[in-house]
Design a protein around this ligand. Structure first.
Ligand code: ZN
Length: 688
């Protein structure tokens, strides 16, 4: 592994942080923590921590010896000094004299010795850092080191590779007991440069930030070299299974799987606890999931214990999806998931009883699904959680593959996996985070780069939904998407059926499917109806009618696979019911689209799919350009301002008002075939 330390960057970090009043120790601690955190083969989603022991002045000007240790909620790759809160060192070290310390009391002691009461919680491995004598302590869950230690003879392998340079600490779950054990082991091996925590990760120590970092890179490189001895880059680690020659596409499989994982929680209102999926495939993933022995090595447990909090202790293995036989796959997958959930409940019951019976069971759904012939689907209650699960699943595959290339992968025993998954500190968080009304829902919005599309995307994101933005203009789309973290930008011409199908496939791969469609793309063509060319009329029909039908068909096909209902929302405009002079080319297809909304409501109501329309009018920067506002206000002899407020409420209507109407209709569980007006009141456009 490459050593990324650079003297000039280190000096620059010291100078930069000095301006913020940060001392040299903490500046360099921040610098090398970022170096470690930027390497996913070392640190992934909170799996690692660092510390420095230094002296700072308290508010009275007295020098206090503190441990600056990684705080929870900070990513090591982008950490700043406030992410390494200072805890008084002496009181932490005194705790070592105790026989027992509960996790809750440990957290309490760590918090009450913080110098800043607003600081984040110090890492759960804080005491381990505090009890060690070294100034700088680095800890990672290096893939290469895990591959060595995650084997039945992992201790011997590590001893052979590292000799006296590294001391070995037996597996104990993180907390007070591990901190005491690690300190004991270090004291018995005072010259060691670091420690391997068996089946967990690796520590390195140093008098300087550079020394600790250099040693970490060295220790990891030695593990990599050992793996390379037996595993050539192209060596076939897993014997392949017999698979169907034609495999269905991931986009076809995703909605089926998403539907199978969803749990109906309120049949009266068609409510489901859905999951968001993320599809991943690569050569490494395929070699792993296509292996004949997948169920042995794939279900053997996590590669480092804290992964079980995010991806449970094992994934579900699904049958290979044969092309054209998706019904067979669905039946096989349903059986596999049902078995997984039964096993999970058994595992919980068994281990809960053995440990006092006071734990609350988590939902039994898998967080990773391995699909031979295809790849893996990561599962989460949000796209972010699914993304993390996907990253951990890929790391799991890398580590298991490396371990199997030289021996046999072995995780920690089941009771230890349970202890981490049902850690009291994690249990305490249960039920505290309230979900937003559209969490776990996926919305696709056409015309996503326009004012109404962008406002709609922002409104759905605020309601908790995962957002896919569809628009023909890729550049404009990117500008909108960049303002919405996590939004998926899908360039697509909605008047081209192949482009629409490709767009919805992309959404299914990224999120697992679609729950809500906002068919919003449109454009206003003008012309006196007796004189307008067929070409203009047909172009308008392509965008203002057929495109609505194309995206609705694509969305409904996915919803029918998910079998969890859905919502189709259409931007119809007031032209559909209140034609304006010379707006025939626009109003006629919109009137057809209003009928389309009702037809979907009629044909798909029994499947729980609702179809509703929004009639908006006089939305500045919607379809109404500034030139059109000018023209119309001049024609009426009123100011632009008066024209825009020319409605019953005398209020100007904005894109965000239309967006809110879409969100409201998505939430209106008992409403279908309806038209909502967002126009400040226009009695001429009222339906009658
Ligand atoms: Zn750790």
């Amino acid at each position: 592994m490459q050593n990324l330390w650079r003297d000039d960057e280190a000096r620059a970090a010291i100078a930069r942080y000095a301006e913020q009043g940060v001392n040299e120790d903490l500046a360099l601690r921040t610098y090398t923590t970022r170096l470690l955190g930027g390497e996913p083969r070392l640190v992934l989603h909170g799996g690692g921590n660092t510390s420095v022991k230094t002296v700072i002045e308290d508010i009275c000007g007295d020098a206090v010896e503190v441990l600056c240790v990684k705080g929870s909620g900070w990513d090591m790759g982008s950490i700043e000094p406030p992410g390494l809160p200072a805890v008084q060192l002496a009181p932490l070290r005194r705790l070592r004299a105790l026989d027992h310390l509960s996790d809750e009391e440990m957290v309490n002691q760590q918090r009450l010795n913080l110098l800043d009461s607003q600081a984040p919680n110090p890492s759960v491995e804080t005491l381990l850092h505090a009890f060690l004598p070294h100034k700088f302590v680095d800890h990672t869950h290096s893939n290469a080191v895990l591959a060595l230690t995650d084997q039945p003879n992992g201790a011997e392998i590590c001893a052979a590779v590292y000799g006296d340079r590294v001391a070995l600490v037996p597996y104990i779950m993180p907390g007070f007991a591990l901190a005491k054990k690690a300190a004991e082991v270090q004291e018995a091996n005072p010259d060691c440069e670091g420690m391997v925590l068996l089946k967990h990760g690796v520590f390195s120590f140093g008098d300087t930030a550079k020394e600790a970092y250099d040693r970490m890179i060295d220790l990891v490189s030695m593990a990599e070299a050992r793996l390379a001895e037996t595993a050539g880059a192209d060596r076939q680690v897993f014997a392949g299974a017999e698979l169907p020659t034609e495999i269905a596409a991931a986009a076809e499989v995703a909605p089926l799987l998403r539907g199978l994982l969803a749990v109906e929680i309120d049949p009266e209102n068609g409510k489901y606890d859905r999951f968001v999926l993320s599809f991943r495939s690569s050569e490494a993933i395929r070699r792993f999931v296509d292996g004949a022995d997948l169920k042995r090595y794939g279900l053997a447990g996590t590669v480092t214990p804290d992964h079980s909090i995010r991806i449970k202790s094992w994934p579900v293995v699904l049958p290979p999806p044969k092309a054209g036989r998706l019904d067979e796959f669905a039946a096989g997958a349903a059986k596999a998931i049902a078995e997984y959930e039964v096993n999970y409940i058994d595992y919980f019951t068994r281990n809960n009883q053995a440990t006092g019976g006071d734990k609350t069971q988590l939902d039994p759904a898998p967080r990773v699904a391995l699909v031979p012939g295809l790849g893996l689907f990561a599962v989460g209650n949000s796209a972010k959680a699914a993304g993390i699960a996907g990253d951990l699943a890929e790391t799991t595959i890398d580590v298991i593959t490396a371990a199997e290339s030289m021996g046999r992968f072995e995780s920690i025993p089941e009771p230890d996996l349970f202890d981490i998954e049902y850690w009291s500190l994690e249990q305490a968080k249960l039920g505290k985070a309230k979900e937003k009304p559209l969490s776990r829902h996926v919305v696709a919005i056409t015309g996503g780069a326009g004012a109404i599309g962008a406002a709609t995307a922002a409104a759905f994101a605020a309601a908790g939904a995962e957002v896919a933005l569809i628009d023909r203009d890729a550049d404009a789309l990117a500008t909108v998407a960049v303002k919405l973290p996590g939004a998926l930008a899908v360039p697509c011409d909605v008047t081209d059926r192949a482009s629409v199908d490709a767009a919805f496939s992309k959404i299914s791969e990224a999120f697992g499917g679609v729950d809500i469609l906002v068919s919003n793309a449109g454009a206003a063509w003008q012309g006196r109806i007796g004189e307008v060319s067929d070409e203009v009329l047909r172009r308008s029909f392509e965008l203002n009618f057929f495109a609505h039908q194309s995206v609705a068909q694509a969305a409904v096909a996915i919803m029918e696979k998910q079998k969890t209902g859905g919502v189709l929302l259409f931007n119809v405009s007031k032209q559909a019911v209140n034609p304006g002079p010379n707006f025939g080319p626009y109003g006629l297809p919109k009137a057809a689209t209003l009928s389309l909304v009702r037809q979907y409501a009629v044909d798909y109501g029994a499947d729980g799919i609702r179809a509703n329309a929004v009639n908006a009018d006089r939305i500045r920067s919607g379809l109404l350009t500034e030139d059109m506002v000018e023209q119309r206000s001049t024609a009426r002899g009123v100011s632009r301002e008066t024209y825009m407020r020319g409605n019953l409420l005398k209020r100007e209507v904005y894109a965000k008002d239309v967006a809110q109407a879409f969100v409201d209709l998505a939430l209106a569980e008992k409403t279908t075939g309806s038209v909502t007006t967002v126009d400040g009141g226009n009695i001429a456009a009222a339906l009658r």
